[in-house]
Design a protein around this ligand. Sequence first.
Ligand SMILES: *Cc1c(COP(=O)(O)O)cnc(C)c1O
Length: 431
Amino acid sequence: MQYISTRDKGLKVTFEQAVKRGLAPNKGLFIPENFIKMPADFWANLNGMSLPEIGFQVGKQYVGDEIPENDFRKLCAEVLNFDIPLVNVKENIYSLELFHGPTCAFKDVGARFMARCLGYFSSQKNEKTVILVATSGDTGSAVANGFLNVPGVDVIILYPSGKVSEIQEKQLTTNGNNITALEVNGVFDDCQALVKTAFQNFDTQNKIKLTSANSINIARLIPQSFYYYYAVSQIKRSDSTICVPSGNFGNITGGILAMKSGLPVEHFVAATNANDTVPQYLKTGVYTAKPSVQTISNAMDVGDPSNFERLNEIFGHSSKTFGETISSYSFTDAETRAKMKETYDKYGYILDPHGAVGMLGIEKQLAGSNKPGIFLETAHPCKFLDVVQKSTNVTPELPEALKACLGKKKESIKINNDYKELEQLLKDRYL
Ligand SMILES: *Cc1c(COP(=O)(O)O)cnc(C)c1O
C-alpha cells in the first residue's frame, strides 16, 4: 500500500515514510492510496476472531511487506493485549468499551500501534528516535505508555505544571525507563511552543531523529479501524448504526475506513458537544472552522477538526455524500449530564461525559427504530471523576491500571518556559 497526501495527489510514499513524517508536505495529511478490501475468507471467519487477529489481518493490508508477517503478528498481539467488549446498556443500544487499555482511553490503541511501528522501523536501521510531545493531559499519557520500553525510542513529555489533574500527572510521571516527564513552568501553549522551537532549531547532527507523535499520524489512524470489525463480530448483525463521540474526527475516520473495506454497517453518527463545526457543515454545506469552546467532554473541544480534511477527501468534497454516510448532531453539557444520570439511574451503567454524548447521538438517530445501535465509550468514567460524581452521585471504581500508577512516586524534571533549558537537556542527553 502506498500513501498519498490530501494536498498533493502526485506524492506517493511508503507506510514507513508516512509514519516517520507524520505530516505530508504543504501540511497535507497522508491517506491510503486506495481503500483496502478485506477478502471473503476474512468475512467468513470474522465472528469469533480475536481482536489481535483482526488487527493482524486488517493491518497487514495497510503495512504490506514493510513489516514481516511474523513481526507484525507479534506487534498486533502486544498492541491489542486488552479487551474491547461490547456491552448491552438497554434494549437495542450497546456500548463499545474502548477504555480497558493501560491509560483507560481509546487513544491507547492508536498510540501503542504507532509506537511499535516506529520502534520496528528504528530498530531495523539501528537509529535512535526521540519523541517530543506536548500534552494538556490525556494524549501524553497514551503516547508515553504506548512507547514504554519500546527499544530504540525515547519519549520526552512536556506538560504544564499544576494544570493537569492528579491522575493525569501520575500517568505522565510514573512510567520511568525510556519516558521522561518535563514539568514546565507555564501553560499548555508554552509546552507546545517549546516543542515546535526544538523541531525547528535543534541540530541533532544526525545522531538522533527528533520526531512527534501527532494525532494525525497515519499509524494512529489505521488501528482505530480494528475495533469496528470487532464490534460487528460481537453484535453479529449487519444492520447496526455506530455513533462516535467526535472531536478531531480521527476515531470516526477509522470507522469509515472499515466500512469502505466491506464492513457491514448501516450508518454512522458523529456526536459532538457544543463544538458543532461538522453538524453545521452538514446542515449548511459550508465548512466554517470556529474557535473551540470549553465543555465537560473536553477531549472533544475542537473547533477545526484535523481529520475533516481526510473525510472531505474520502467523500469527494461533497457535503451531500458525507451526509449519506455520516449524520452529525451536537449536544449541550446539560443534555450530557442528564444522559449520564438517566443511564445510571435506569440501567446501572456509568457513562463518562464523552460516552454520554455518544449515547445521545445513537438514541437520536435510532429514535423509533429497533435496529441495533452501538456507541463508542471512549474513556473510563473515573478519568472524569468530578463530572461523573456530580451527575450520577456515584463514584466509579478505579481500574487496576490507574490504581497502580497512583501508588507510584512522581518523577519529573522541572524546567522554566525557556527554550535554552530544553535545548541544554537534549544536548546533554543525546549529543
Ligand atoms: C480524543 C478523544 C475523543 C475524540 O476523538 P477524535 O478522534 O478526536 O474524534 C473522544 N473521547 C475521548 C475520551 C478522547 O480522548
